[in-house]
Ligand binder design. Structure first.
Ligand code: SF4
Length: 257
């Protein structure tokens, strides 16, 4: 039996490491991380700080591909309606990694109960298919741990939060340039990490050219058009349905997480 801490790079999943080391034997614990290759350099600093603190290595699991590799392979752009990068680079890998009897810890917060039940259903389906039954646990919910508690815990062990939070992002996934993000997050990315924005914009343009289709990550515009509008100070219309995507990308399978 292993205790797999599903690290996403975010603070909530990092707290699951603390829970694991408090409640299980060190030899059984795996600090598991799916590297999407789009991550901010400070994410690696953060999880390596955790590894140093617990004197326990991070298990990096990746097939070397990034979301843009998948866009060409799948002949599609992932987006909030179709976040296949999360499924392929994260969910599928973890679901193939665990074995019968493993315990998997997910950093789902108290305000995300709906995600916890979706995650349990997803793993029930996978368990039946693979005939390998893991135990899924949600340490934050179980221990009533809030985001303030997590901030205080990080401060107490002298680990600086990931830089993306300091910039005002709510999660630390794919350098803030996540295909599930809404316009407000992309605008924040352009303001705070313009190089990342430009990279995502270039990828989107290349995929459009490759597919010869008017596809885009955002629902109604390309990243290039959004940037040009901002630079020309044209009023941006927000679509509230897609503006509040603020979940950690932990790769819950199927179409959404
Ligand atoms: S954070 Fe976003 S872009 Fe990155 S793998 Fe997850 S869904 Fe895809």
């Amino acid at each position: 039996m292993r205790v797999i801490v599903a690290l996403s790079g975010g603070k909530a999943s990092a707290y699951c490491a603390e829970y694991a080391f408090r409640n299980y034997e060190k030899k059984d614990i795996v600090l598991y991380f799916n590297d999407t290759k789009w991550e901010h350099p400070d994410l690696y600093r953060f999880i390596e700080d955790l590894a140093k603190y617990y004197d326990h290595p991070i298990t990096y699991d990746s097939d070397g591909r990034s979301p843009d590799d998948l866009f060409f392979k799948q002949k599609a752009l992932a987006n909030n309606r179709m976040p296949f990068c999360s499924r392929i680079l994260k969910a599928d890998r973890l679901q193939n990694y665990y074995v019968d009897g493993d315990i998997i810890l997910f950093g789902i917060g108290l305000d995300e109960m709906h995600r916890a039940s979706r995650l349990v259903s997803a793993y029930q389906r996978v368990a039946v298919k693979r005939k390998a039954y893991p135990k899924i646990k949600f340490p934050l919910i179980e221990t009533n741990t809030t985001s303030t508690d997590i901030d205080q815990w990080l401060e107490s062990i002298n680990i600086i939060q990931p830089y993306l939070y300091t910039l005002g992002f709510t999660h630390n996934n794919c350098s803030g340039g996540c295909v599930r993000a809404g316009k407000r997050q992309w605008i924040k990315l352009l303001e705070t990490l313009p190089d990342v924005y430009r990279q995502r914009e270039e990828i989107e343009e290349k995929v459009r050219e490759y597919l010869r289709k008017d596809v885009h990550i955002l629902k109604d515009t390309t990243l290039r058009n959004l940037r040009l509008k901002i630079e020309s100070q044209i009023k941006i219309i927000f679509d509230d349905d897609t503006e509040n995507i603020s979940t950690e990308c932990i790769g819950i399978c199927n179409t959404t997480n």
